[in-house]
Design a protein around this ligand. Structure first.
Ligand code: FE
Length: 255
């Protein structure tokens, strides 16, 4: 299994505090069947500004430690970029770390309460430059929770979206679990990642999520999601099912 969203790098955000924490997370990941992790520390989220060069050197350090301890896990450099107005300046200054070596796919986070007005224009400009934004955990964004079809318009225009494992398994509550399932059903998310921060309250839940996915949507859906994660890391084109609108539940009043 490939996990494309994880705060495993030590001491640089609200994920692993130190190298021992990183190793604990790595052991837990391996126990769940994860073989590859994209380390995706926060960038410009108001608290942390982890730039590409720092990420690259920490990924090397963690990999050396994993190898020294014989933990069978490969770490790739990534970054969770909070949407901001300096995207192209940051590219110019080589501060951004894409998922793939060809600099095509990048993780973009919306602020929790809203979707900024400029997101649509920014995504359009990214895509014009051959960059595909991947919206991380849309199911936890309040604007999307209120109206899931806000995500539809981004996906229809070519953005991808990542569901968080624990959202789907119920770790963030019933409402988020329900919308997670609806987003899968409507082809509005394209793969599952952990967004793990530790081995406690924000652990991986990847095995459980994929088991649930197989049970509810069949093994084809699970292999489709696995394939997307491979293609993203390899910088290959992604084949996705056509996104559908989510019908709002109609409550027929008695009077
Ligand atoms: Fe994250």
């Amino acid at each position: 299994m490939i996990d494309l969203h994880c705060h495993i790098l030590p001491g640089i955000d609200d994920g692993a505090k130190d190298m021992e924490d990183s190793m604990d997370m790595a052991r837990e990941a391996v126990a769940e069947g994860i073989t590859h992790i994209l380390a995706s520390p926060h960038y410009k989220n108001g608290h942390w500004d982890n730039e590409k060069q720092d990420i690259l050197s920490l990924v090397d350090e963690v990999q050396q430690e994993l190898d020294a301890r014989g933990i069978p896990l490969t770490i790739f450099p990534g970054q969770e970029v909070r949407i901001n107005g300096e995207f192209f300046e940051d590219i110019e200054e080589d501060k951004l770390q894409f998922i793939d070596e060809g600099n095509q796919y990048i993780l973009i986070e919306f602020p929790t309460p809203t979707i900024p007005q400029y997101a649509e224009t920014l995504f359009f400009e990214m895509q014009r430059e051959g960059i595909t934004p991947i919206i991380v955990h849309p199911e936890r964004n309040h604007a999307i929770l209120k109206d899931p079809n806000k995500l539809l318009s981004f996906v229809e225009k070519g953005a991808l979206a990542q569901l968080t494992a624990a959202s789907y398994t119920g770790g963030f509550g019933k409402e988020i679990q329900k919308i997670s399932k609806q987003l899968i059903e409507a082809n509005l998310v394209h793969y599952i990642a952990s967004d793990a921060h530790n081995v406690g309250s924000r652990s991986f839940h990847m095995k459980e999520a994929y088991q649930k996915l197989e049970k509810e949507f069949g093994p084809e859906k699970a292999s489709e999601y696995h394939q997307v994660t491979k293609d993203l890391i390899n910088g290959e084109p992604i084949y996705t099912a056509t996104p559908q609108p989510i019908k709002k539940a109609k409550f027929l009043g008695l009077f």
